[in-house]
Design a protein around this ligand. Structure first.
Ligand code: ASP
Length: 349
C-alpha cells in the first residue's frame, strides 16, 4: 500500500458550526474517518496535526515550520496532502514551493468551501482527488480543488461561495480529475532535496489606485525592506508631476534606501512589461524589478525569501527574475488554458 502523509493545518474543511454560530476549527480527524472512509483504501494515510487555524491566521513563521516538517517527513512517504483554509492557500502554496527545492514527491494542498461534516460538502472529493494527485501527480507543490490540479504558486482564489474557487490564470492546469484522472509531468526536480526556510517578512504589498497619496507609501519606506507594487495593466502607475500624485519619487527613494520594488499587475491574465509605457520605463530607470506574470502573492513571498538570502539589489533582482518553481514565465508565455476551463458538475448527496 502506498503511503501518504496528511498534514492538517486548519480551514473550513475541518470546521464545525456555521450560521447562526461562526465556523471554527474542530476535531478534524474523527470527522475525516467517518466521512471519507475510502480515503484509507487508496493509501496508508498517516494523519498529523500541524495546526488548527483559520487560514487568515497563517503567518510566514508557520510556513517555515510547515516546510521544515514536510522536509523531515516526506522521504518516508509517496506523497503528502496538506489541508488548509482557502483564504491564504495561494500564499502558503507559493511559500512551500520556494522553500522545498528539488522536491522528490508531490505535495498537494487542498481545502474546501463547505465543511467536511456538512451535506453537499466539496471536502470529500477534494480530499480523494488530492490523495490521488499525491500518488500520481507531478513532483511539485500543487493545489487540488474542484477536480483540477494547479501549480500552487500560480493560483489565485477567485470565488468566495462557489466550488471552483481557484484559478491559475497564467499557467495551464497540471491535472484534470474528471471521470478519468490525467496529470501533466510538471517540474523536473533540480538538484538534491533541500530546505530554504528563511523569510524576511518586512515587505509591503501596495496596490495602486486613483487617489493614492504618494506620501503614504513614502512614509512606509523606513519600516520595510522590500515593496511589491500591484500596478495597473502592463505595469503602469501615475507619474505626471503636474497632477500631484506621481509615484516616481517612491521608486527613487526606495532605491536610495536599497529597497527593492517588484512590479506586478492587478490584471489576472498576462503580466507586466515595463518597457511598454512611460511609467514602466520610469520605474526601470529607478531600478524597479519587473515581476512578469507572477501573481502578487507569489511575488510577495518570493521577495520575502530573496531578502532573507540576498542583500544587494542586484542579487535580489536576479533571484526575483529567475523562476524557482515555475512561478514565472520566461520568454514566450504558454498557450492560454483551453476554454471552458472546467465542466459543471452535480455533487450527489
Ligand atoms: N476562512 C477560511 C480559511 O481560510 C476559509 C476557507 O477555508 O475556505 O481558513
Amino acid at each position: 500500500m502506498p503511503k501518504v502523509l496528511l498534514l492538517h493545518t486548519g480551514g473550513t474543511l475541518g470546521m464545525a458550526g456555521g450560521r447562526p454560530s461562526a465556523l471554527r476549527p474542530s476535531a478534524f480527524f474523527r470527522t475525516l474517518k467517518a466521512r471519507v472512509p475510502e480515503l484509507f483504501d487508496l493509501a496508508d494515510i498517516e494523519l498529523e496535526l500541524f495546526s488548527n487555524l483559520d487560514s487568515s491566521e497563517m503567518q510566514p513563521e508557520l510556513w517555515s515550520g510547515m516546510a521544515a516538517h514536510l522536509y523531515r517527513r516526506l522521504p518516508d512517504f509517496d506523497g503528502a496532502v496538506v489541508t488548509h483554509g482557502t483564504d491564504t492557500l495561494a500564499f502558503t502554496a507559493s511559500a512551500l514551493s520556494f522553500m522545498l527545492r528539488g522536491l522528490p514527491r508531490p505535495v498537494v494542498l487542498t481545502g474546501s468551501q463547505r465543511p467536511l461534516g456538512k451535506i453537499r460538502t466539496d471536502a470529500r472529493l477534494n480530499l480523494i482527488d488530492s490523495v490521488l494527485s499525491a500518488l500520481n501527480g507531478p513532483r511539485e507543490v500543487t493545489i487540488c480543488f474542484d477536480s483540477h490540479l494547479y501549480r500552487g504558486n500560480r493560483t489565485r482564489k477567485v470565488k468566495v461561495a462557489e466550488y471552483d474557487a481557484f484559478e491559475s490564470p497564467n499557467f495551464p492546469v497540471l491535472g484534470t480529475l474528471g471521470v478519468d484522472a490525467t496529470f501533466e509531468p510538471g517540474l523536473r526536480p533540480k538538484g538534491a532535496f533541500r530546505l530554504l526556510e528563511k523569510l524576511d517578512p518586512r515587505v509591503f504589498l501596495l496596490k495602486v489606485y486613483p487617489g493614492l497619496d504618494p506620501a503614504l507609501p513614502l512614509a512606509l519606506l523606513p519600516h520595510v525592506r522590500g515593496l511589491v507594487l500591484e500596478a495597473y495593466g502592463a505595469g503602469n502607475f501615475p507619474i505626471d508631476p503636474s497632477l500631484g500624485r506621481s509615484l516616481r519619487p517612491l521608486f527613487a527613494q526606495a532605491r536610495e534606501r536599497n529597497i527593492p520594488v517588484v512590479v506586478v499587475s492587478q490584471a489576472f491574465r498576462n503580466g507586466v512589461d515595463l518597457t511598454l509605457y512611460e511609467s514602466g520605463v520610469a520605474a526601470l530607470e529607478e531600478g524597479a524589478i519587473g515581476g512578469g506574470d507572477m501573481t502578487p502573492s507569489a511575488a510577495l513571498v518570493k521577495l520575502m525569501q530573496a531578502l532573507a538570502y540576498h542583500s544587494s539589489l542586484d542579487a535580489v533582482r536576479r533571484f526575483i527574475q529567475a523562476p524557482v518553481a515555475g512561478e514565472l514565465t520566461v520568454g514566450r508565455p504558454p498557450a492560454p488554458p483551453a476554454a471552458p476551463q472546467r465542466r459543471r458538475k452535480l455533487h450527489a448527496r
